[in-house]
Design a protein around this ligand. Structure first.
Ligand code: BV8
Ligand code: ZN
Length: 263
C-alpha cells in the first residue's frame, strides 16, 4: 500500500526524529487489529448479541452469569484464532529492530503483536489466551477453541476466568511500573488505533508528553489525544506504519532522503 502523498512529509519528519532518538514506545488499541478482521470495541461490529463490552467485561457480569461472559470470550478467541497479524503489527515489530530501545504497550489482549514478532510487549489489559483460577489463582496459557463453558481448574476444580483486566479492576502493579518506566524514557510515543477513552491507558500518552515525549497519532479518526499530538497521520495503521518503518530503515541506511526533504 503506497504512502498517501499528504503523509509523505510527516512520515519523513517522524522517521528523521526516530533516527535520532534512542528510546521510543508505542501504545496500541483495538484499531491496530481491525485490519486483521477483529472488530474494535466501539466501532461497527464491536457488539456481540447487542451487548456492549462495558456490560460483559466486568467482575459483576462474570459473577452474575459466567456462562454468558465465557460465550463472549469463546466467540472472540475463535475469531482471533483465525486472525493473522497485519502489516501494522509487522511494521511495529520492525520498528523494535530499528530503534535502539523500543517498548510496545498494548491494550489489546489478542496476542497479535507477539505473533508478528514484537518481543518487548506490555499487555496492560492481560491476555485472552490465558486463564486464571478464581479459587487457587493459578494462571495458565489456554488456547482451547472452543473452550468448555464454563471451564474449571484442573488443579482445584475452581471456576476459571479470562486472565484479562475488566472494567473496575486495577492494572497489574508490575505492568504499570514497566509502562511508567518506558514512558519516562520515551522521546517519541506512537499512539496507534486507540479511541483514548479507557483509563488509565488513555492517560499514558499525556504522561509521556509531560515527560518530554513527542506524540505521533495514527488513526483514521480524530480522538481526544489528537490536539496534543506533534504528528497526526490520519489513516489505517496497516497502511501508514509500513511507510514509517520503510522511511526509517532507508534514512538509517542512506541518511535522510534529500528528495523527501520536508519543506
Ligand atoms: C480501573 C480487556 C480502577 C478486557 C479492557 C465507571 C465505572 C467503572 C469504571 C469506570 C467508570 N468510569 C471510568 C471508569 C474507569 C474505566 C474506564 O476507563 N471506563 C471507560 C469506558 C470510561 N477503566 C477501568 O475500569 C480500568 N480500571 O479504572 O480500575 C481501579 C484502580 C486501582 C485498583 C482497583 C481498581 C480498567 C480498564 C480495562 C478494561 N479492559 N480490555 C477485554 O478485552 O475483554 S478495555 C478494552 O476497551 C480494550 O482493552 C481497550 O483498552 C478498550 C478499547 O479501547 P480501544 O482499544 O481504544 O478500542 P476502541 O474500539 O475504543 O477504538 C478503536 C480505535 O481504533 C478507534 O479510535 C478507531 O478510529 C481506530 N481504528 C479503527 N480502525 C483502525 C483504527 N486505527 C488504526 N488503524 C485502523 N485500521
Ligand atoms: Zn484452581
Amino acid at each position: 500500500m503506497a504512502t498517501k502523498p499528504e503523509h509523505a512529509p510527516i512520515l519523513a519528519k517522524l522517521a528523521e526524529l526516530l533516527r535520532r532518538v534512542r528510546q521510543a514506545a508505542a501504545l496500541t488499541g483495538a484499531g491496530v487489529s481491525h485490519e486483521s478482521g477483529i472488530p474494535t470495541f466501539r466501532g461497527p461490529g464491536g457488539l456481540w448479541r447487542n451487548f456492549r463490552p462495558e456490560e460483559l467485561a466486568t467482575p459483576q457480569a462474570f459473577a452474575r452469569d459466567p456462562r454468558l461472559v465465557w460465550e463472549w470470550y469463546d466467540w472472540r478467541r475463535g475469531l482471533i484464532s483465525q486472525a493473522w497479524p497485519n502489516p501494522g503489527h509487522e511494521a511495529l515489530a520492525a520498528l523494535e529492530g530499528l530503534v535502539p530501545d523500543f517498548t510496545l504497550i498494548t491494550q489489546n489482549v489478542d496476542g497479535l503483536h507477539t505473533l508478528a514478532g514484537s518481543r518487548r510487549v506490555l499487555e496492560v489489559h492481560g491476555s485472552i489466551w490465558e486463564v486464571r483460577c478464581t479459587a487457587c489463582g493459578q494462571v495458565k496459557a489456554d488456547r482451547r477453541v472452543p473452550i468448555p463453558i464454563p471451564p474449571y481448574c484442573n488443579s482445584c476444580g475452581g471456576l476459571l476466568r479470562p486472565n484479562v483486566v475488566w472494567f473496575g479492576e486495577g492494572l497489574a502493579a508490575d505492568v504499570l511500573d514497566a509502562v511508567q518506566h518506558a514512558l519516562k524514557q520515551a522521546q517519541v510515543l506512537l499512539v496507534v488505533g486507540t479511541s483514548a477513552v479507557v483509563q488509565p491507558a488513555a492517560s499514558f500518552a499525556l504522561w509521556a508528553k509531560q515527560w518530554g515525549a513527542k506524540l505521533a497519532e495514527i488513526n483514521p479518526e480524530p480522538t481526544p489525544l489528537t490536539p496534543h499530538c506533534d504528528f497526526v497521520l490520519t489513516g489505517k495503521s496497516g497502511e501508514v506504519l509500513p511507510g514509517l518503518a520503510a522511511e526509517l530503515a532507508f534514512s538509517q541506511a542512506h541518511g535522510p532522503d534529500p528528495s523527501k526533504k520536508s519543506p
